[in-house]
Design a protein around this ligand. Structure first.
Ligand code: URA
Length: 228
């Protein structure tokens, strides 16, 4: 055996050898759980993905930002223009609001959460993603969840709720409720862009409900940390 080959047997830097050429371009071909070891591999794959038409128009696939070790995963809808340009989720106006909402209960967007989206590429003119696009992209989200192993998943808005849990109920009816899924606690919450359109802080308004939900989320996180 050549010494190079012998050395490569001990090389556990999986990203360096990860083959993205094998990406199934047909969305009907599944991407099995365990395909990826880390977010970088998912990112590499998504940036070459053509499982739906959005692969033709993206600048960057948007995988996530935040702390991959965090207990909370926040799932949004889809990248917008700022996200497509930067490759980072929630960096526009609704992202700024999301960061402020987290800060209001003492959580940091950098250290206490990981933020991702149901679909990784920007739909033209920011239209909502289609069911076909969501299905084509779902294996990436499921792999993110497997790798991150979050205890709590916050689903911002109806697309995230429908995309992950196939739950079609209106967000206004079930926001703030804990839903157990795959041994994790999920909570549907309002999407920050909805709060931008509804700025009142009066009782029983969307912003007021968001404040109640965030306090419940923080209390649950503290409770889970005490159990560790
Ligand atoms: N930016 C994102 O990345 N996702 C959203 O859902 C909205 C804005």
């Amino acid at each position: 055996m050549s010494s190079d080959l012998q050395l490569s047997l001990f090389d556990n830097n999986q990203s360096a050898t990860f083959q993205t050429d094998s990406i199934p371009a047909n969305a009907k071909i599944p991407i099995p759980p365990g395909t990826y070891q880390n977010m970088e591999q998912i990112g590499e794959h998504c940036n070459r993905c053509h499982r739906c038409e959005l692969g033709n128009s993206r600048t960057h696939a948007v995988i996530g930002r935040g702390n991959p070790q965090a207990s909370i995963l926040i799932v949004g809808e889809a990248p917008g223009q700022n996200e497509d340009e930067t490759g980072l989720p929630f960096v526009g106006r609704s992202g700024k609001l999301l960061d402020k909402i987290l800060e209001s209960v003492g959580l940091s967007a950098e250290t206490d959460v990981f933020i991702a989206n149901v679909i990784k590429c920007r739909p033209p003119n920011n239209r909502p993603p289609t069911a076909k696009e969501i299905e084509a992209c779902k294996p990436y989200l499921l792999e993110q969840i497997r790798i991150l192993d979050p205890k709590i998943i916050l689903l911002t808005g109806a697309t995230a709720l429908k995309g992950l849990l196939s739950d079609k109920r209106p967000i206004s009816k079930i926001r703030g409720q804990w839903i157990e899924w795959e041994n994790r606690l999920c909570m549907p919450i309002f999407h920050p862009s909805y709060l931008l359109r509804n700025p009142s802080r009066e009782p029983e308004t969307p912003k007021w409900f968001m404040w109640q939900d965030m306090q419940a989320i923080k209390a649950k996180l503290d409770e889970l940390k005490e159990q560790l």
